[in-house]
Design a binder for this molecule. Structure first.
Ligand SMILES: NC(=O)c1ccc[n+]([C@@H]2O[C@H](COP(=O)([O-])OP(=O)(O)OC[C@H]3O[C@@H](n4cnc5c(N)ncnc54)[C@H](O)[C@@H]3O)[C@@H](O)[C@H]2O)c1
Length: 315
């Protein structure tokens, strides 16, 4: 039986990935330091004899056997990655170095979870993989953006100098059940604010755009990329672009019992104004494209939060 290591496997994307991988009949090792991930996310998997959880920080080297490595370990929300920028850089750089070293030793295929943030505040729209980005190396988002850029550089370094079989997923905004309720990511933020009757906080005038990919589509893309021979960066995201104002209005329409009103607040420094993936490469080489429309994905995400926030601990 194939063994797959998922670092960051107790987080939002990782826990969905672990579940789908297990269902496909492989053995899964989930490695996580539980910084932003939770055991609750993987609780339903714990009884599966083919699932193993290891609490470990990827900044420290580890010896373990696996045939494939999905390397997702890294906080993804600004609140968490900015809380300790040095740690975020260590996770991206040293953590990726350690996992690439492991992949080299095991001759395992390695898939890096990179990000659309490598494009920074893009001057090209939509963003193809060939675009090199517009990132402020000393801004508040730099620890994450530059950390992931360095992780990509390490990944192609191990590919070109050590012959490691690698793939790089540049993940665009992904949403769905098991996002944390209060980590500031826009979809969960708006839903939780609407649930609590708080103001829906839009930063700027709401005309900035994002493209939101539902979690099941993203996991499908990650697995297809792992099972391909693609070894360079690949955008994975939903090209359907909406303004943040439209997103807020859609969520309010879908939660008609909410008394929330939209409020406008100053735009944080270096917030990207536009974000939309060019997924031509993924369509052509992986035969992959997102299938879940925004309203459909929001519907199940809202249901998840209504259920979760209704619990006594609200987590
Ligand atoms: N969700 C998105 O929209 C999105 C977009 C682009 C890229 N990504 C990338 O996908 C990956 C997963 O993101 P997510 O949304 O699931 O975030 P998440 O914060 O829910 O998951 C990250 C997981 O990594 C773990 N982790 C963090 N630092 C670690 C360390 N040093 N050692 C071991 N484990 C560690 C956390 O505890 C958590 O379980 C990240 O690498 C992120 O950069 C996500």
């Amino acid at each position: 039986m194939k063994t797959v290591l998922v670092t960051g496997g107790a987080g939002f994307i990782g826990s969905h990935l672990c579940r789908i991988l297990l269902a496909s009949g492989v053995s899964v090792i989930c490695m996580d330091n539980l910084f932003t991930g939770t055991k609750r996310n993987i609780l339903p998997l714990m009884d599966n004899p083919n699932f193993e959880f290891i609490r470990h920080d990827v900044v420290s080297p580890v010896l373990i056997e696996a045939d494939e490595i999905y390397h997702l370990a890294c906080p993804a929300s600004p609140i968490h990655y900015q809380s300790n920028p040095i740690k975020t850089l260590k996770t991206s750089v040293l953590g990726t170095l350690n996992m690439l070293g492991l992949a080299k030793r095991l001759k395992a295929r390695f898939l890096l979870a990179s990000t659309s943030e490598v494009y920074g505040d893009p001057e090209i729209h939509p963003q193809p993989e060939s675009y090199h980005g517009n990132v402020n190396p000393v801004g508040p988002r730099a620890c994450y953006d530059e950390g992931k850029r360095a992780a990509e550089t390490l990944t192609v370094g191990y590919r070109d100098y050590n012959g490691v079989d690698v793939g790089i997923a540049r993940i665009f905004n992904t949403y769905g059940p098991r996002m944390l309720p209060n980590d500031g990511r826009v979809v969960s933020n708006f839903i939780c604010q609407a649930f609590r009757g708080h103001e829906i906080t839009i930063y700027g005038d709401g005309s900035q755009t994002r493209s939101f990919c539902f979690i099941s589509d993203l996991v499908d893309g990650l697995i297809k990329l792992m099972n391909s021979d693609q070894s360079g960066p690949m955008n994975l995201g939903n090209p359907h672009e909406v303004t943040i104002k439209e997103l807020a209005e859609t969520i309010l329409e879908m939660m008609p019992e909410s008394k929330s009103k939209i409020s406008y607040n100053p735009l944080p420094k270096d917030d990207p104004t536009r974000r939309k993936p060019d997924i031509t490469l993924a369509k052509k080489t992986l035969n992959w494209k997102p299938t879940i429309a925004l309203e459909e994905g929001l519907d199940s995400t809202i249901s998840y939060f209504l259920e979760t926030l209704g619990r006594p601990d609200g987590k």
